[in-house]
Design a protein around this ligand. Structure first.
Ligand SMILES: NC(=O)c1ccc[n+]([C@@H]2O[C@H](COP(=O)([O-])OP(=O)(O)OC[C@H]3O[C@@H](n4cnc5c(N)ncnc54)[C@H](O)[C@@H]3O)[C@@H](O)[C@H]2O)c1
Length: 310
């Protein structure tokens, strides 16, 4: 398939681009900036996707069969709230509109788990655990609201396009790119080893994470299955375990008091986010875990069994 990946130079985008090339797709990366380490087979287009005319021209020139939309301001509060809102919502609308107008038949857009509302300084508790795609959404910042809007944009175009275009969205958990297993800083600045050693760091997002290459595998599986899926579906895409060295039945109540009963079933390595929908509808399962990928010891945390480190 000829696939355009927006945001192909980013933390997740680089793995998605590499993964799609490996599985035999022809890939065009559309980003404001080029990735110096992109595979040689990838064409890179420099486009500011907030510019609708430039976006239409880019999709007209490349005419991809499939589009994976990742470009966004990807961190809450990393820019003024109106900038995050305007950028993320306008980019998403421009990309989907330009993609379908130029003949794309599959469009997958990145949402996020943040619309759930965790981390709200005024308080937040899950309605149930593990969290799945039916869980209520209670966004409290422009980034989270922009991601709900992106899911709505996908649903709107799915309704408008019917069987002509398969559209969907996915909510990647906290993305760990391959170099971060070797000590590069994660999106929030700390290393993976530090996040594991201090549970307060990962508690805010309920210890969720996904290896960027597993998310890339999800994208490939979705692209191949898209035409047979119900229209406009959203999927959580996470690891099969938690970014924690202790069971979440113990950790979640420590950081979200009052959740003892809700968290009671999250024993052993069970994560707080269910990926059952992706397994059931797509047959996708993550292949990697911090237990198989982490290259550095978690020196300050003796509770990790030696055999759990690679
Ligand atoms: N990283 C995570 O943990 C995480 C979790 C959930 C969802 N997401 C979502 O996944 C997607 C990718 O995230 P990421 O971590 O790779 O982010 P990133 O910031 O590393 O990459 C985003 C890319 O988008 C590009 N971009 C931004 N504005 C643009 C514009 N106006 N025109 C063209 N390109 C533009 C940037 O240049 C960058 O390469 C985003 O939509 C993000 O919201 C990420």
């Amino acid at each position: 398939m000829k696939v355009a990946v927006t945001g192909g130079s980013g933390r997740l985008g680089r793995s998605v681009v590499a993964g799609l090339v490996e599985t035999g797709h022809e890939v065009v990366s559309i980003d404001r900036v080029a990735a110096p380490d992109a595979p040689a087979a990838v064409s890179q287009l420099a486009v500011d996707l907030t510019d609708f005319a430039a976006t239409v021209a880019a999709f007209g020139r490349t005419a991809p069969e499939a589009v994976v939309h990742l470009a966004a301001i990807a961190t809450p509060f990393s820019a003024p709230e109106p900038v995050i809102w305007n950028t993320n919502t306008s980019i998403a609308f421009h990309v989907v509109q330009a993609a379908v107008a130029n003949g794309a038949t599959r469009v997958l857009a990145a949402s996020s788990p943040t619309p759930l509302g965790y981390g709200n300084p005024n308080g937040w508790l899950p309605s149930y655990l593990p969290i799945d795609e039916r869980h209520p959404l209670r966004p409290w910042n422009a980034y989270a609201l922009s991601k709900i809007t992106i899911e709505s944009i996908v649903a709107m175009f799915a309704a408008q396009q019917g069987k002509a275009v398969a559209l969907g969205s996915f909510r990647p958990c906290f993305v760990i790119s391959p170099d971060e297993w070797h000590g590069a800083p994660t999106q929030q600045g700390h290393t993976v080893a530090e996040r594991l050693a201090d549970p307060a760091l990962a508690a805010v997002s309920l210890f969720n994470y996904v290896d960027a290459r597993d998310a890339a595998d999800f994208v490939d599986v979705w692209l191949r299955a898209a035409a047979d899926l119900p229209p406009g579906e959203t999927f959580f895409v996470g690891a099969a375990d938690a970014m924690a060295t202790r069971p979440l039945a113990e950790l979640i109540p420590r950081f979200l008091p009052g959740t003892d009963e809700l968290a009671a079933d999250l024993v052993d390595t069970a994560p707080a986010f269910s990926i059952a929908k992706a397994a059931e509808l797509l047959g996708w399962r993550p292949a990697r875990s911090w237990r198989t990928e982490l290259a550095l010891p978690i020196a300050s945390n003796p509770s990790i069994p030696v055999g759990a480190r690679s």
